[in-house]
Design a protein around this ligand. Structure first.
Ligand code: FES
Ligand code: FES
Length: 152
């Protein structure tokens, strides 16, 4: 297929790419930009491990074409930490033992971040609803909910 130019803003950096228009955002992040925090679990919109923020809203990057992200601001888990250290949400996950194998963690963080950007003081029901599309096989979710609740 004929390649198309793509200007992609990821974690506040502009990337000029030339890609197959059929590529998903997940494929471009991982294979073209070497940003591997977003994971491919199911590849069909069910598990949430590929979640990133598009203009502050969580999206499934496996179901989003990269060309759809033109003009938007994409944030991946790599963009959460700063030169001063981890994002408070990342620290909370570590402190509360909310990370086990880690496969779901980056997607879970981005769903939680999206919630906190919209609602800085969510209750437990709102937290559970926000991460309901993120599957975790290890933690039983309680520690993840505690982590998200802990500092906000
Ligand atoms: S890999 Fe995208 S939802 Fe599972
Ligand atoms: S920590 Fe293993 S799937 Fe969530």
């Amino acid at each position: 297929m004929k390649k198309v130019p793509l200007l992609l803003n990821v974690n506040d950096e502009e990337h000029e790419l030339f890609i197959d228009p059929c590529l998903t955002l997940l494929e471009v992040l991982r294979d073209e930009l070497d940003l591997t925090a977003a994971k491919e679990g199911c590849g069909e919109g069910v598990c949430g491990s590929c979640t990133v923020l598009m203009d502050g809203k969580p999206v499934r990057s496996c179901l989003t074409l990269a060309v759809e992200a033109t003009g938007s601001s994409i944030t991946t888990a790599e963009g959460l930490a700063t030169a001063d250290g981890l994002d408070p949400l990342q620290e909370a996950f570590v402190e509360h033992g909310a990370v086990q194998c880690g496969f779901c963690t980056c997607g879970m963080l981005m769903s939680a971040k999206g919630l906190l950007l919209e609602n800085p003081h969510p209750d437990e029901t709102q937290i559970r609803r926000a991460i309901s599309g993120n599957i975790c096989r290890c933690t039983g979710y309680a520690k993840i909910v505690e982590a998200i609740s802990s500092k906000f």
